[in-house]
Design a protein around this ligand. Sequence first.
Ligand code: HEC
Length: 132
Amino acid sequence: MKPVAVRSFSPALCALWLAAAQAMAAPDDAAMLKLATGSGCMTCHHVEPGAKGPDGLPPIGPAWRDVAVKYKGQSGAEKQLTATVLAGSNPYDSHWKGKVSGLAMPPNRVAISEPDARRLVQWILSRDANRP
Ligand code: HEC
């Protein structure tokens, strides 16, 4: 996000814009990780790619950074993934076949509310390759 006409902004507006940009760039990682851990997601997922699952197999579920890269720029991804998180995925139509050792994700509706699932998916989708 590059401001085009920064010079025409007053210093006060600039400060406001910066504060807003920082707030958007830094969703509360610690709170999101706590929510994910408390909801059981981290039993099967990691944030960073490269981690191994039990017995040295590929991880059970895809790394969330890989999820962000795969769905980057796809409209509707947030809605679709929130639905998948709540209802589980289809073992006959695996989206990560061959890349993970889990065949399908079980429904998480018992572990997480719909608004929390959406917030978590928004955060997952913000983990694309350009973010530390
Ligand atoms: C018991 C293991 C398990 C748990 C617990 C689990 N997942 Fe998953 N998750 C998986 C597997 C396996 C896949 C890959 C499914 C596939 O290949 O279509 C997956 C896929 C996903 C995807 C990508 C879906 C797609 O269609 O590409 C997202 C996003 C996700 N999980 C988020 C979550 C969140 C958020 C939670 C916690 C509320 C969670 N997962 C809990 C195993 C799990």
